[in-house]
Design a protein around this ligand. Structure first.
Ligand SMILES: [Fe+2]
Ligand SMILES: [Fe+2]
Length: 377
């Protein structure tokens, strides 16, 4: 972009943009190599970028859920959060240099990983909008891409104050894309939207009661933020409703697999940030349990089963996966043949514990005819 155009665009913030493209153009490119390098990482635990069979997704017919669909789209078009995701008088000054170094490192890692996850949604939704011809689908995906671009842009605003930012344009080009067939996109994205809602609202409510623990102003934005994620999740619930096969038969096993994978990944990731959770006054285990409970309750709108997180085998196996992950990290640090063996042993332990989680009998659920829910937490 040339300087002239940039000057013309400068007064408009990504929060006020009405499309994802516009929001991304308003992102000042402050390349921060280290942050972008972290965002580029692809491991089992880092947010990924996805690609899918766009033609198959474009062929979805939403007429069986038409009334509910139109109401949701109208709600999104009304754009209740336009202009919300930018700094205002509520944005307190942060003394980044004075922040305890371990907390600072973990918090920055949290922001980079959140920004990557938001942007991952943006890239996928924007691409579906670009490739699609089905107006119902392209309208939805364009609205969701708009929201995710604003979210990613806002996190980058916060990072920039610490002197870093994720280069979103570069990330689009350079990050590896993972192919997921459409039904896996539905399960994974539905869950990530709903668990995102549950995570943000749990932190928001906790800090509402304990405002002295709010060590950064971005948490004040979490309520409206998670309402966007809630709506995105509603859209995927409706998409799954259009085809009963997606939530029956062998696909029940896939749903169980995705629930288990998403919950255990979150648990391991959160345990990697002890200083961050200590500063918020949050016990990651209790936090995980609360978030899983909310997500399970919400997911009963469309999934024919929930995981039994009260099973005596649930928490011990989550703990085993976390310990195995710690061992893998140590092996990586150690390097050499000894480190390699440590990593292999850790991976095997994690796999056994994960399979053990999968074999816990799930709780069957009678799905309601109308899936629509309102955020209630
Ligand atoms: Fe988002
Ligand atoms: Fe979202």
């Amino acid at each position: 972009m040339n300087a002239h155009v940039k000057a013309d665009l400068a007064p408009l913030h990504s929060a006020d943009a009405t499309t994802a493209e516009e929001a991304l153009e308003r992102q000042e490119v402050v390349d921060s190599e280290s942050a972008t390098r972290v965002a580029l990482q692809n491991t089992l635990l880092t947010p990924r970028f996805y690609t899918t069979n766009y033609d198959e997704m474009d062929a979805i017919d939403v007429s069986s859920v038409r009334t509910t669909w139109d109401a949701l789209i109208n709600e999104m078009k009304a754009d209740p959060n336009k202009g919300h995701f930018k700094k205002n008088a509520d944005w307190d000054h942060i003394d980044w240099d004075g922040m305890e170094p371990k907390l600072k490192a973990e918090f920055i890692d949290f922001l980079i990983s959140s920004c990557t996850a938001e942007f991952s949604g943006c890239v996928l939704y924007k691409e579906m909008k670009r490739r699609g011809k089905n107006e119902d689908i392209t309208t939805l995906f364009q609205l969701m891409a708009r929201d995710e671009a604003r979210h990613a842009g806002f996190i980058n605003d916060a990072l920039r104050e610490a002197g870093i930012a994720v280069n979103l344009g570069f990330l689009t080009q350079a990050k590896k894309y993972t192919y997921f067939r459409p039904k896996f996109i539905y399960y994974a994205t539905y869950l990530s939207e709903k668990i995102g809602y549950a995570r943000y609202i749990t932190i928001y409510r906790h800090l509402e009661k304990n405002p002295e623990l709010r060590f950064h102003p971005i948490f004040k934005w979490f309520r409206e933020w998670c309402n966007d994620e809630f709506r995105h999740g509603e859209a995927f619930a409706l998409l799954m409703k259009t085809d009963p096969k997606l939530t029956s038969g062998v696909n029940k096993l896939w749903i169980k697999f995705f629930l288990t994978a998403v919950y255990s990944t979150m648990s391991v990731r959160d345990h990697q940030r002890p200083a961050f959770h200590a500063a918020l006054g949050v016990d990651p285990k209790q936090y995980g349990y609360d978030v899983f409970q909310k997500t399970s309750e919400i997911s009963r709108q469309v999934f024919p089963l929930t995981l039994d997180i009260d099973s005596p085998r649930w928490q011990p196996n989550l703990d085993r996966i976390e310990a195995a992950n710690h061992q893998i990290a140590q092996g990586r640090k150690q390097g050499g043949i000894g480190g390699w063996f440590k990593r292999q042993a850790g991976s095997a332990k994690a796999a056994v514990a994960f399979i053990s989680l999968l074999t816990i009998p799930s709780i069957p659920n009678q799905v309601p005819d109308n899936p629509r829910l309102q955020p209630a937490y």
